[in-house]
Design a protein. Structure first.
Length: 319
């Protein structure tokens, strides 16, 4: 096996329409539920790896604490094959740690770049399974458009695959309320959520919502997709609010105002449904036709919030 001098991979981030919010096994990152996501064209991470003296990490040209990356690289060394220390150089077109899932694209790009560096011949499913150990949501960032992460029951059975649908004009209006680093990490947030008395019911509800979501996607019924995604996301955030151990919320006042606005837009006849992750930002599920009007209407009312339109994106690629 010969290593390349350097290798580069690009992974796009994804937004879960059915969320991963709880671990059945915190070491292996086995989830309590299966999840389903949309990959986004506009947000991505490009990661280059090259041989170095120690594992190190540079994001957008700034040196970072490499602890999490080093631990992940050691998992790959153990699980697949040993390789030398690496300098990891990432360009991140996703706000870090603010609920826009930068860890999804980061760990997917890193896994793919390391595999290319080492000339490992791995399937997308194998890459997805390995990336899971870095960040659960990274499992879904190898695939274009929609991906489903089957929760599985052990290390080998828990990975994502592409979920095939007819073409549909789905779009997101991303409301960037805060790009600040989140207060509660997703790992800690999940741990707390799992202490909610509502947790078992959410897991059951999530399985039903996934079946519904698959059906809505196969029929390209964007309104139904949005309706199910919004219910699933609010269910996830309800767990945080009702955690027995240190209840909390990722929402802030602006999150609530945007949620009201989404409801008003819906009453006015728009396709508009909200989904929120581990941060205050709201992503509004709508159609390509309506996205601009929704963005303009919100931009007029919320002068300090930045709005982007995001559309379905590609799977992993190499440079
Ligand atoms: O991949 P993690 O450990 O950052 O967890 C992601 C959790 C959510 O973004 C809130 C939901 C999801 O399924 O992506």
């Amino acid at each position: 096996m010969t290593q390349q001098a350097g290798a580069t991979a690009v992974a796009h981030t994804n937004i879960a329409l059915i969320k991963y919010w709880g671990k059945a096994d915190p070491v292996l990152n086995l989830p309590t539920t299966s999840s389903l996501s949309l990959t986004l064209k506009e947000y991505y991470t490009k990661t280059q790896v090259e041989e170095a003296d120690v594992d190190s990490l540079l994001i957008n040209e700034l040196p970072q604490d490499a602890k999490r990356v080093h631990e992940f690289l050691n998992i790959l060394r153990e699980e697949v094959q040993d390789f030398p220390p690496l300098r990891v150089i990432s360009t991140n077109k996703v706000p870090i740690s603010a609920g826009l899932a930068s860890s999804a694209s980061s760990f997917a790009a890193l896994t793919a770049a390391v595999a290319k560096f080492n000339n490992w011949q791995l399937s997308l499913e194998d890459l997805s399974r390995l990336a899971r150990r870095g960040s659960g949501s990274a499992t879904r960032s190898f695939f274009p458009d929609f991906a489903i992460w089957e929760k599985g029951h052990d290390d080998t059975s828990s990975y994502a695959t592409h979920f095939d649908t007819p073409d549909m004009p789905i779009a997101l209006v991303v409301c960037k309320i805060s790009g600040l680093v989140k207060k509660v990490s997703s790992t800690e947030g999940m741990r707390r959520a799992q202490t909610s008395p509502n947790y078992a019911a959410w897991v059951e509800e999530s399985a039903r919502q996934l079946v519904d979501m698959e059906d809505a996607l196969k029929k390209a019924d964007i309104k139904r997709v949005g309706d199910i995604a919004e219910a699933n996301s609010l269910g996830m955030h309800n767990l945080n609010l009702t955690a027995k151990d240190q209840r909390f919320t990722y929402f802030n006042a602006q999150t609530m105002q945007i949620l009201d606005e989404v409801k008003a837009l819906r009453q006015a006849g728009y396709t508009a449904y909200a989904t929120m992750d581990a941060g205050p930002n709201v992503k509004i599920i709508t159609t390509l036709n309506e996205a601009n009007a929704i963005k303009e209407s919100l931009a007029k009312r919320f002068l300090k919030i930045q709005f982007d339109i995001a559309t379905p994106g590609p799977g992993i690629s190499y440079e």
